[in-house]
Design a protein around this ligand. Sequence first.
Ligand code: ZN
Length: 345
Amino acid sequence: MEYNRKLGFKMAVILVTLLGVFLFSGCGRKEEQQTINAISHSVEDIVALEEQTQQVICPLDHVSVENLTYQRPIAVMIENSPAARPQDGLAAAELVFEIPAEGGITRFMALYQHTIPERIGPIRSARDYFIRRALEFDGIYVHCGQSPQAEKMFRAGKVDHLNEMGLGKFFWRIKDRRAPHNLYSSMEKLCSAASYKGYGKDCDFESYDFSSVSMQGGIPEEAIRITYPNRYYVSYDYHAEDDEYTRIMNGKLHADKTTGQQIKPKNIVVQYVSMAVIDSEGRLKVDMVGKGKGILFQGGKQYTITWVKQSESGLTRYYQETGEPVTLMPGKTWIHVVDRNTIVN
Ligand SMILES: [Zn+2]
C-alpha cells in the first residue's frame, strides 16, 4: 500500500510537470530553460519527498518502519503471576525477557521501540537482573517499586527509569482486577513520562545481528517446552506458513487480554545462567555477567549456542557453535533466562 501511495504521488507530479511542459511550449528558449529547470526541480522534490517518507530499520527488531516511537526503547516490567494473566501489551512487544522472580513465578521485561500499544500491564516492581538487560539497549526502565538490589542501582543513577511511585499521572489502574495486579500504562503515556523526566532520546546501543533467512545447520524442532518449577511451563509451536512460533502458557494459547492478539515470536532464545535464592522473601541472584550455554529456536530449527556478557551494561552476545555470531530473524524475539537445571525439550 505504501509503495502504491508513493507511486501514485510520483505519477501525479510527473503529470503536473508534463502539463507544465505543454503550456510552456512555444514560448522561446528562456522559457524552455525555465521549464527544464522546473522539471529537474520536480525530480529533486520527488527524491526529497521519498527521503522524507523513507522507512527506517528499527534497531531493536530490524523491522522496517516509518518512525521509532521514542528513539530509545521503553522497557516495561510486566507481572506473570496467575492473577495477572492474561496480560496486555506482550503481543506487541518487540523484544521480551522472561526471567524467574520469587517463588518460581517468572516476570517479563517487554521492550518497545516502534510499536505503540495502548495498554501495557500489569506493571510490577524492578529487579536488578532485569535492569542489567535493559541497560544493554539503553532502555528507559518502567516499574512500580523495586527490590533492595534494584534500589541500589537506581540510587547510583545507573539507569533512566520511570517509577509509578511519584509518576502516578502516567499510569492507571484497571477496574476488573485488584491491586497489585492492575497497574497499567500505554506507550503514549510512557513516552510523555520520559519527556517529563527529561530523558534523552538519542538511541545509542549495539544491536543484535539480523538475517532474513534462518541460520545454517541446526536440528529440526517444531515443538518446544520449557518446564519451570512450581507447575509452570511454556511451550511454543512452530508454524512454517508464517515462519513464526505461537506461545502457549500452561497449555493455553498466550494472547493479550484486551485485543486477543496472540504472541508470535520469530526467535526464541534460552539462556542458561546461575541463579540462587538470596533472602527470606525468595529473591534471586541471577548471574547476568559472564558466559554460558544456550539454545536458539528459529525457522523450525534448534541451534546450540553460547553467550557472553562482559559488563553490566554491555550487550549479551550470542554465538553459534562455529564461533560466528548468532543472527536473529527480523521480528519479535523472546529471551528466556533460566536456571542451569531448567528442563527444555
Ligand atoms: Zn521495532
